[in-house]
Design a protein around this ligand. Sequence first.
Ligand code: GTP
Ligand code: MG
Length: 328
Amino acid sequence: MSTTQDTDARLDLAPEPEAPKGEQKKGFWKKLKRGLFMTHTEIIERMEAALDGRAVLDGETLEYLEESLISSDLGVDTAVELVERVKAQVKPTDQKDVERVRRILATEVADLMSKAPQPEPLTAQPAVILVVGVNGVGKTTSIAKLGKFFLNRGEKVLLAAGDTFRAAAIEQIALWGERLGVDVVRQKAGGDPAAVVFDSLQAARARGVQRVIVDTAGRLHTKDHLMAELGKIRRVIDRETPDWQLRTLLVLDATTGQNAVIQAREFSKVVPLDGVILTKLDGTAKGGVAVAVARDLQLPVVFLGVGEGADDLIAFDPQEFAAALLGP
Ligand SMILES: Nc1nc2c(ncn2[C@@H]2O[C@H](COP(=O)(O)OP(=O)(O)OP(=O)(O)O)[C@@H](O)[C@H]2O)c(=O)[nH]1
Ligand SMILES: [Mg+2]
C-alpha cells in the first residue's frame, strides 16, 4: 500500500490548500477503500475460490486464477497478461499462497495502469475541460465534483450548461452551481451548445476564470449529429481560446462493466480523449473495469467517482488503486 503516493491527478499540479497533506491523504485513502469495497470483496472472494483446494501454483492453478480475474471485469486480455506476469514470478512447484499472489497482482495492476499515457498536467494557464459520455453515466455530477476539486485548490471555476437538450439538465447544473457558489453560463433549452460554450469562454475571459468545465448532452458514438455537435464545440474552443489548455474527459459508469470498455473504445475513435472519469464505483463490484480501460485502450483513468456528493471524487493514483483493489 502506498498512501504516501501523490494523490493529485495528472490533470493538476498544485496541492490543495486547506487540510494538512497527511490528513487529507488519509481521507482520500479511506474514501477510495470504501468506494472500491464491493469490487475488492468480489475479486478476493473469486480469487480465493479459484485457488481453493489447489496445492501449488502450477499451470492449472494459474488458469483458475485467470478465470477469476476475467469474471471480475478486468477483461480477457488484461487477465491473461496479469497471469503471465504472475507466472514469470512463481515456480510451478511453489506452494499456493493467496497473499503472495495478491501482492504480485497488486504490483502488476499498478504497473499496467501507470503505463497508459498521462495527460499533460494543467498549468496556471486557463483550461477548458470538456466532459463527454453516454446518457446517465454521471457527467453532470462529475462536473460538479470537478468544480469542487478546482475550487478547493483556490482556482476560479465556471460551468457551461452545454447540455441544452432538456430544461431539466440546465436546471441540474444551475443547482450545482448555486450549491458550489460558482457561475453557470446557460441558455434556454433547445439552444445551440456551441453558442453556450462561446458565451462561457467570453465570460471566463472577462471574469478571470481559470477552469471552464463544459457539460454536454449524453450521446452515443453512433449518433452522427451529436458527434458533429461535439466537433463544433471543439472548434469554438480552438478558435476562441487557442492559447488555453483543453482536456476532453470521457465519463464511464463502472456499473456497466465491460460495456464501459466498449464505450471507451468507440468514443476514442471519434473524439480525441485525454482521460476517463470512472463513476459509481461505490455501487458496484465491477470496478476492475478500470484496469481494462487503462490497459486495453491506453486511456488513463484520471478520476474516480465514489458517490453522489460533490466531495465524492478521487484523483486517480495507480498504486493506491491497486492497493485498494487487491490489498489486505
Ligand atoms: N452512487 C453514485 N451515483 C452517482 C455517481 N455519479 C453520478 N451518480 C448518479 O447517477 C445519476 C446520473 O448522474 P448525472 O450526473 O445526471 O449523469 P449524466 O451523465 O449527466 O446524465 P445525462 O445528462 O442524462 O446524460 C444521478 O442520480 C447521480 O447522482 C457516483 O459516483 N456514485
Ligand atoms: Mg447530465
